[in-house]
Design a protein around this ligand. Structure first.
Ligand SMILES: O=c1ccn([C@@H]2O[C@H](COP(=O)(O)O)[C@@H](O)[C@H]2O)c(=O)[nH]1
Length: 289
């Protein structure tokens, strides 16, 4: 599955991500409007509440960090009205110059997953984002259309590799029986195939590897991640610590997106801007160490 590294008339997602790292650091603020957070922020659990919550997180992030990751599930709870709220949040985030990763975790066979990629990655779509999370459970080859669409539009994908939730281990450390990655774990097989799509220093096709994950336990080698951006949720609420960044990811730390949601959002509407500033600076210190 070759990936054309040169999108029509603009920088690739990998280039834009590299520029964001340089200008604004590696922190990604999750936009996860859990019902308990809407309540504690004094907002209704409604489409209006979601919109207000998302717009406030965008305001608090702009100028303090460079990346946001809306969790689509919480918007989807409210059906079409929730998607309307999400559209407003996505538009505001992109207008504010933030890189937007839609955490939507889609996946299907080729022709169907193509529709998902068109929805989230086509310029002018109401759901347009800079990148989306996607699942390769139907094979990395099933992602050919999303790879083509992302490349064409200068967008990115983050393929689930080794996720942060402990119950994923059984499936993701299972050993592949056949094909070029026979004998490797499912996670390592996915990660190595995604890495093949990328070229140094940083490609447009990322993987999701939780910051709670032991790469060795998953059989993932440093060479499997030589040019791949890594979306790493699990910092903060799920227990991963910034102090462990380099131990966890080694040389690949340079391409890690440090993602945190509840640990920032718990600061509430009056405290979130200060919390984003504090977290962004803690992430910068971790990189300087
Ligand atoms: O492996 C994964 C993949 C995605 N997530 C998502 O990231 C955030 C984490 O939220 P926290 O509040 O910082 O724990 C959430 O949207 C998850 O669905 C993940 O945690 N792990």
């Amino acid at each position: 599955m070759p990936a054309d590294p040169a999108p029509a008339g603009g920088p690739s997602f990998g280039d834009r991500l590299g520029s964001t790292f340089a200008a604004s650091g590696h922190l990604c603020v999750g936009i996860d409007p859990h019902p308990y957070l809407l309540h504690s922020w004094g907002l209704a659990d409604s489409a209006e509440g979601l919109r207000e919550f998302g717009l406030r997180v965008v305001d608090a992030t702009a100028g303090r960090a460079g990346i946001v990751k809306p969790q689509v599930a919480f918007f989807e709870r409210h059906g079409a009205a929730g998607f309307g709220a999400l559209e407003r949040v996505l538009g505001a985030a992109r207008a504010a110059g933030l890189l937007v990763i839609a955490d939507v975790k889609r996946g299907d066979l080729g022709t169907s997953v193509e529709g998902y990629a068109e929805a989230w990655l086509t310029p002018g779509s109401s759901l347009e984002s800079d990148a989306m999370t996607i699942s390769a459970y139907q094979g990395v080859g099933s992602l050919e259309a999303p790879v083509r669409i992302a490349t064409h539009h200068g967008k990115g994908l983050f393929v689930l590799g080794a996720t942060s939730n402990p119950e994923s281990r059984e499936v993701q450390t299972a050993v592949i029986a056949r094909g070029p990655n026979a004998g490797r774990t499912v996670a390592a097989g996915i990660v190595t195939e995604v890495n093949r799509l990328n070229s140094a220093p940083i490609g447009s096709f990322g993987v999701v590897i939780g910051a709670t994950v032991d790469l060795a336990e998953h059989g993932i080698l440093p060479s499997d991640l030589s040019a791949t951006p890594i979306l790493a949720p699990g910092f903060g609420h799920q227990g991963a610590r910034l102090d462990d960044l380099h131990r966890l990811f080694g040389a690949a730390s340079e391409r890690v997106i440090v993602s945190s949601s509840r640990a920032i959002l718990d600061a509430g509407p009056d405290g979130i801007a200060a919390e984003v500033t504090a977290q962004a600076s803690a992430v910068r210190e971790a990189y300087a160490a």
